[in-house]
Design a protein around this ligand. Structure first.
Ligand code: M6R
Length: 604
């Protein structure tokens, strides 16, 4: 979703802003802009609809300056147009602002303070910048005072970076709910939505908490609460490696990230097991889970699918009931909780606003929680009592692949650790280090089948408008993940169904040639799924089977290696990631940046 970059005190400002915005592209956006200043009232403001390359084309000859702010916008209020793109100038032209988030009371603020102001676009951000200008110009407040007052008047979520064209040496920064981080350079400072966009310049960062503002200058910074109290906070060093965020020789990040998956599993084993095969999980996390009577896994999208794929295994290995919940639904409809609930937030980015809304409430209720995330220092990681990191390396493609496998593997490791503590026989006898090693090798073997899968994708999806995945048990949960992947990057309407449910309605959708892909990895359920597949085949479906060796028959199109039955969601998902990838590629789409989507979903 929207991204912010700002820099003060560096003569390469334009370059830093553009490179930073390029690094934020993965979050999803539809327009972009930069403001660069080289002296009092000497500035350039350039905006473009489309990609950063469109913005670069508009900049043409180099513009130079030593401070500035830039933004990628994912439209919420108002269409993606140049007028709605950020940065936004106040009507007077004195203040310039970039903003992420949603200002909920923008109509009321407009009516109360800005009835006489003519707005250029339709965004809530323009209300904020004009409100600040009004408080300076009408009420004679300083810029800092006006910013502070505006923050107290605004309700909703925001990350702001504000500049005053009469002072090229200061950026005013604030956040509530939306992510924002300070980057510390030598003789200059930066602000950005995430560390990745600044890692080329620095690995020294400073957190900003909700309802704090930061006055950022080239050689100093001051953190204040919204009520003006000064805050002292130490910087931290981010362990990001610049080479992690390149795509190497791969044409798209998604393909690189699919290939990364065996390594991701092996890295998790290194991080969370010792040389003798024992799981090494923070005892405080284990103690909290052992004291609970039910686990509530809260997640969205692919992470929710990873939660579902892990539920049954977790229950089998621990005996503790697990319920999985869609964060956006849970947030405003809390069910009756068990007596000793424990919450697990599964999130690649650690920034998803829907999850954070639930976390705020569970924190308010005094309930300890665990965030399982790929991003150290992310909001959900900071705000939950415990964190387990996925160590998958940055996931840049909007379509999540390696984070899914890392989440499923992490849940297995956690379940094994808990199960052993509880002397659960299945957990005690499961040699998880060995089985995960086998799964990693199996994933590598499936990735090596990519040419075959490319051909099959062509045959099955070339002209189709829709397509279905079916499965039973864990294959059903993977079917849902497979269909999400297919829809989001190929724009083919694709649904994942429980195979046994077709006859209760869905089978009416089957027409001559409709692709139906069956996942079959459970010997017990295989005959039933094959029966359901025959039912759609008899009605004209173009059927394709992905089966493990143990379940396969000669006619099956994609046969994948066997793994331990508890680990099948780690491998059955891989061909479906490749099917989605090639379907998108064959349609000439931007695989990594599908339309309308954002990597980090920071609004509710
Ligand atoms: O960062 P999170 O894991 O919390 O994100 C949740 C979803 O937005 C995300 O998984 C989304 O569904 C992916 N784009 C799917 O590939």
């Amino acid at each position: 979703m929207c991204g912010i970059v700002g820099v003060v005190g560096n003569k390469n400002t334009t370059d830093i802003l553009l490179q930073g915005l390029e690094k934020l592209e993965y979050r999803g956006y539809d327009s972009a802009g930069i403001y660069v200043t080289s002296g009092v009232n000497r500035f350039k403001l350039i905006k473009a609809v489309g990609r950063i390359s469109d913005l670069r084309a508009k900049i043409g000859i180099d513009i130079s300056g030593s401070a500035g702010i830039g933004h990628t916008r994912w439209a919420t209020h108002g269409k993606p147009t140049v007028d709605n793109a950020h940065p936004h100038l106040s009507q007077s032209g004195r203040f310039v602002l970039v903003h992420n988030g949603v200002i909920e009371n923008f109509v009321a603020l407009r009516e109360k303070y800005l009835a006489d102001v003519k707005l250029a676009g339709e965004t809530d951000t323009e209300i904020a910048v004009n409100l600040i200008a009004k408080l300076v110009e009408r009420d004679n407040l300083s810029t800092q005072e006006a910013f502070q007052k505006a923050l107290s008047l605004i309700s909703g979520s925001f990350a702001f970076a504000l500049m005053d064209t009469t002072d090229m040496g200061t950026i005013y920064v604030a956040k509530r709910k939306s992510p924002l981080l300070i980057g510390l350079g030598e003789d200059y400072n930066m602000v950005c939505s995430d560390a990745m966009a600044m890692i080329r310049e620095t690995n020294q960062f400073l957190e900003i908490h909700d309802d704090e503002m930061v006055i950022l200058r080239k050689d100093e910074l001051k953190i204040l609460t919204i009520t003006g109290a000064e805050v002292v906070r130490k910087p931290f060093t981010a362990e990001l490696d610049l080479s992690d965020i390149g795509k190497g020789t791969f044409p798209f990040y998604m393909l690189k990230e699919i290939n990364d998956q065996p390594t991701v599993i092996r890295t998790l084993l290194q991080k969370y097991t010792n040389g003798t095969g024992e799981m090494m999980i923070d005892e405080a996390i284990l103690a909290d889970i052992l004291a609970s009577d039910q686990l509530y896994v809260v997640a969205a999208g692919t992470s929710e699918n990873a939660g579902w794929a892990s539920k049954q295994t977790f229950e089998q290995l621990t005996g503790i009931p697990v319920s999985v919940h869609t964060a956006s639904e849970f947030a405003y409809n809390f069910p009756i909780l068990s007596k000793k609930p424990f919450f697990i937030y599964l999130t690649q980015s650690g920034e998803t606003a829907d999850l954070r809304q639930v976390l705020v409430e569970t924190n308010r209720l005094g309930l300890n929680a665990l965030t399982i995330t790929n991003v150290p220092g992310s909001t959900l990681s900071r705000e939950a009592a415990h964190t387990l990191l996925l160590h998958a390396g940055p996931e840049i493609a909007v379509a999540s692949t390696k984070a899914y496998t890392a989440q499923v593997a992490m849940m297995l490791i956690l379940a094994k650790a808990i199960g052993v503590k509880l002397s659960n026989p299945q957990a005690v006898t499961l040699d998880l280090v060995r089985e995960l090693g086998i799964a990693a090798t199996a994933i590598a073997a499936i990735v090596d089948m990519k040419e075959v899968i490319d051909d099959l994708t062509y045959q099955y999806t070339e002209d189709t408008r829709n397509c279905f995945y079916i499965g039973r048990g864990s294959d059903y949960h993977v079917a849902k993940e497979a269909s999400l992947k297919m829809k989001e990057i190929s724009y083919i309407q694709c649904e994942g169904f429980a195979a046994g449910e077709l006859k209760h309605g869905t089978i009416a959708l089957i027409e001559e040639g409709t692709p139906v892909i069956a996942l079959i990895s459970d010997l017990r359920l295989a005959p039933h799924t094959r029966g359901n597949l025959m039912e759609v085949y008899s009605r004209g479906a173009n059927t394709l089977v992905i089966a493990t060796e143990a379940c396969a028959i000669d006619e099956d199109e994609i046969v994948i290696p066997n793994v331990h039955p508890l680990l099948t969601p780690l491998v059955t998902v891989i061909p479906t990631q490749l099917l989605a990838y090639y379907a998108s590629l064959h349609r000439g789409l931007d695989v990594d940046k599908p339309r309308n989507l954002a990597k980090s979903v920071t609004v509710e």
